[in-house]
Design a protein around this ligand. Structure first.
Ligand SMILES: C[S@@+](CC[C@H](N)C(=O)[O-])C[C@H]1O[C@@H](n2cnc3c(N)ncnc32)[C@H](O)[C@@H]1O
Ligand code: SF4
Length: 381
């Protein structure tokens, strides 16, 4: 073991869903829960094989995340088998964050208690909206009441680190409905709140509807107005923003995502999962059957990989750090890339005056710049 072990994050992708949501581009399939035992066998084999080839002795386990898809479709004993193997990979950090996504109405109190007993200590509930017409537009199969009762059950099970996800700028959504949703969620006092602006991803039903002209998206100014209002409201309510879409009571920022955004090593298992380890990024096959067949035949479900070059890493650092409220540490950047951005990008910084600022040695997006973050970041790359 080295003197200063580095944090390692682990991700398990659970690709099963009860229904496909209109907007969702994440790899998930419906009607295949009967394949869970076979999936589990494959993923355990993938974990064993992938990690046998890596030296993890210089790392400590910092976070584990079960994402999807719908991780609550795993039974507690499935989770136990996965955690037994994952926790044996290398030394555990002092206070590991072990998180899991839960869909409203899909996890019984008994299972929630069992998940907690297995070591899960952070739960994120995909509430999305409390408006029946928006839930139905998004093809969500739960009601607002299920979000409330699942939240109550999560608390009854003893979870003390809980997040709620909401989506805004949904076609047909009014500003008052967005205000109402956020006020309701804040009244429940979760530790963490994610607010995502609805994005239209290719290959989704939403994309087809928009292309065919059946659905009209909200005006960009309405979307931005909802974002700015939400960010201010959450800040005032005790949930400062720490990343474009994420807000938390101090000390409850999601460490797993922060590790992704700050360039820590991570290993992903399951179909479509991504890994980044030792400067190499790889991604798994985005098809359950092909993934399971490959893992069983060759021990790997990897589709492809690439080495991250110096310039790719530089650009990624700009892209991910600017999305964080604390911004890009100019000294750290200059130490790693031997570049003073204030000099090399002087013209661009001038172009975006007022939208990007330098404060406390960090380059930060200003309040009026969040809607333009993609354009600003690309100008700095
Ligand atoms: C892929 S889901 C997985 C968790 C769980 N199955 C659920 O539906 O809540 C994770 C989160 O991503 C967000 N999300 C997925 N697709 C999105 C999109 N196209 N636009 C905005 N948010 C999206 C949702 O808020 C969701 O809670
Ligand atoms: S949003 Fe969640 S429940 Fe809906 S299809 Fe995607 S992963 Fe499944």
């Amino acid at each position: 073991m080295t003197q200063n072990p580095k944090p390692l994050s682990l991700y398990v992708h659970v690709p099963f869903c009860k229904a496909k949501c209109t907007y969702c581009d994440f790899y998930s399939i419906i009607g295949r829960e009967n394949s869970i035992p076979e999936y589990l066998k494959s993923i355990l084999k993938e974990i064993e094989q992938k990690t046998r080839e890596l030296d993890l002795s210089g790392h400590y386990l910092d976070t584990i995340f079960f994402g999807g898809g719908t991780p609550n479709l795993l039974e507690p004993n499935h989770l136990r088998q996965l955690l037994d193997m994952l926790l044996g990979l290398t030394q555990a950090g002092n206070e590991m964050e072990i998180g899991m996504e839960i869909n409203p109405g899909e996890a019984s109190l008994k299972n929630l208690i069992a998940y907690k007993a297995q070591g899960i200590n952070r739960v994120s509930i995909g509430m999305q909206s409390f408006q029946p017409h928006l839930l139905s537009f998004m093809s969500r199969i739960h009601s607002a009441e299920k979000s409330f009762s699942t939240y109550d059950d999560v608390r009854k099970a003893g979870f003390q680190n809980v997040s709620g996800d909401l989506i805004f700028a949904v076609p047909g959504q009014t500003r008052d409905e967005w205000v109402g949703d956020l006020e309701r969620l804040v009244s429940m006092q979760p530790e963490h709140i994610s607010t995502y602006s609805l994005t239209v991803e290719e290959g989704t039903a939403l994309h087809r509807w928009v292309e065919a002209g059946h659905v009209k998206l909200l005006e960009e100014t309405v979307d931005t107005g909802m974002y700015d209002w939400g960010r201010d409201f959450l800040e005032k309510s005790g949930y400062p923003n720490y990343e474009v879409s994420n807000h938390a009571k101090p000390g409850f920022e999601c460490r797993h995502n922060l590790n992704y955004w700050t360039g820590a090593d991570y290993l992903g298992f399951g179909p479509a999962a991504h890994s980044y380890f030792g400067g190499r990024r790889s991604w798994n096959i985005r098809n359950l059957d092909a993934y399971m067949a490959d893992v069983m035949n060759s021990g790997t479900g990897e589709a492809d990989s690439e080495m991250i070059s110096h310039s790719m890493a530089r650009n990624e650092m700009i892209l991910t750090r600017l999305r964080l409220t604390q911004g890009l540490n100019l000294e750290e950047f200059s130490t790693i890339y031997h570049e003073n951005l204030l000099q090399t990008k002087k013209d661009m910084l001038h172009k975006w005056t007022g939208k990007i600022v330098v404060s406390d040695g960090h380059l930060k997006i200003a309040r009026g710049g969040w809607a333009l973050i993609d354009e600003i970041s690309s100008d700095l790359m």
